[in-house]
Every structure is written in C-alpha cells, then in structure tokens.
Unconditional design. Structure first.
Length: 259
C-alpha cells in the first residue's frame, strides 16, 4: 500500500457513488461521535491512512470541524478494536504490523472467511452470482486503472457479498474486525501484489459457485487470501524492520500528512 491512491475525504462517498462495503449505513439517530467513528473506521479499513501514521485529537477535531470530545470517544472505540494503538507519549497511531501479528491476522482471515463462505454457500442464488460477477468486473477495471481506493472497496465488497448471503451471519462482524486491523497494511501490500498475483482467485470462486462446488469455493477463498499477501506481506515487514534499524523510516504509505 505504498502508492498514492485516489481518496475521498472522511465522511464523503467515493466518486463512483458506491458506499464502502464495510461501512454501516448511517441513520438520523447517530451521535456525532458515532459518525466520526464510522468515517474514521472506513478510512482505516480502506487503508486511506497508512500503517504507523499518527493521529491527534486536535488534528482530527480540525479535520471534522468538531470539538475534542466526540473525537476522543471515536478513538477509544478504535483502540479497543485494535485498529489504533496508544503510544507511551499518549499519542495515537495506526497500529503497525509485526510478523507475529500479521501471521495471526492472516490465519484469522482464512479461518473465518472460509467458514463464512461454506455457511453462506446454499444461500447464494443467481441474482447474487450476477452481482458478484459485476463486482469482480469493477475490481478488474480498478486494478487496470490503478485506482487503489476503488480496488480496496470492490475487493471487500466481493467478499462481503458472499458472506452476507447467509442471513444474520455472526461471521460478518468478526471478519470486519480483522479487515479493520489489516486494512492499512493490506492497502500497501496490494499495490505490491500486482506483479506477484498470476491467478485470479475470484474467477475460481465464481466458477465454484456456478458449478455448485462447495469445496472448490473454500479452496478459492483461502487461495485468494493467501496468494501474494503472505510472501509480499512478510517481505514488507522485514524491509520495514531493516529500515527502522538503519533509521530509514518509510513514513506514511499513502503519502499524506497526519491528522
């Protein structure tokens, strides 16, 4: 996720008009703190804020044109979800990625998402298959155009569309929690994966659904999660460790200033 991508300001919809897949629908009952939480959560999940980037209450309050109180509440919630971490100097930053944490989150994705796909399989009808095909085409176009914000959003939408086929699936919120923790690092790694991802596993997943092959769908989902990201992710973490040791910090992965 090192390359600059088209971004939206916090709280705004992407230019294409699609709401980010992982962002809950807003309602009039929401408090100001809830709105800020959802906006910031979406930005983190989409990787619009880079790993290790510091966030300040004052900067966020200015960014959202609000007082410090709702910002503090939103930050507390995101810290509890492990999307943000509190440093010794009481500054807040996007959680950095270590090898142990990366391996845990990767294993969590595989475990939760393959099981969610298996449980949703019987609920995926022709209409949902058509929607999945459309999302995958949009993802392909975003990849060709190097529209990384759109790419992240459509990738999450593809997976969500499968798992949400099963009504009231308890797995969806658990999966979103893992996506939230991986989002900033995934954005950076996905840019690198472009040159290391020879097989389109989404095509395999779609074919498995067409063939009504439950096991093939499980295999495709796991391969989609593991392909490229495992090797590239490990490489990036090792590179970051070497850079930190030599004093060559890479800085913000999205090329943007802190908030």
């Amino acid at each position: 996720m090192t390359q600059e991508a088209p971004r939206t300001s916090a709280g705004a919809k992407p230019e294409n008009g699609d709401e980010p897949a992982a962002r809950p629908v807003e309602g009039a009952h929401q408090t100001l703190a809830q709105k800020i939480y959802l906006d910031l959560r979406a930005d983190i999940m989409m990787g619009r804020i880079g790993p290790g980037e510091s966030l300040t209450i004052r900067g966020l309050a200015t960014h959202y044109a609000v007082s410090a109180m709702p910002v503090r509440e939103a930050l507390r919630r995101l810290i509890s979800e492990q999307a943000l971490e509190m440093q010794d100097n009481r500054r807040v930053r996007i959680a950095t990625m270590t090898m142990d944490r990366f391996e845990d989150l990767l294993a969590a994705r595989v475990t939760l998402e393959t099981e969610a796909a298996m449980r949703a399989f019987d609920f995926i009808d022709k209409d949902r298959l058509t929607l999945l095909e459309q999302i995958d085409e949009e993802l392909t176009q975003a990849s060709k155009a190097k529209e990384y914000d759109r790419w992240m959003e459509r990738n999450l939408a593809f997976h969500s569309c499968i798992y949400e086929a099963r009504p009231a699936s308890a797995f969806v919120s658990l999966i979103e929690s893992v996506w939230l923790q991986m989002g900033p690092f995934m954005r950076r790694a996905l840019v690198e994966i472009r040159n290391h991802y020879p097989v389109d596993r989404h095509i395999e997943a779609l074919q498995a659904i067409r063939n009504r092959d439950r096991l093939a769908l499980k295999i495709a989902i796991e391969a989609d999660i593991r392909d490229g990201i495992s090797h590239i992710g490990s490489q990036l973490i090792n590179d970051d460790a070497r850079n930190a040791a030599s004093g060559k910090g890479k800085g913000n992965a999205n090329g943007r200033g802190g908030r």
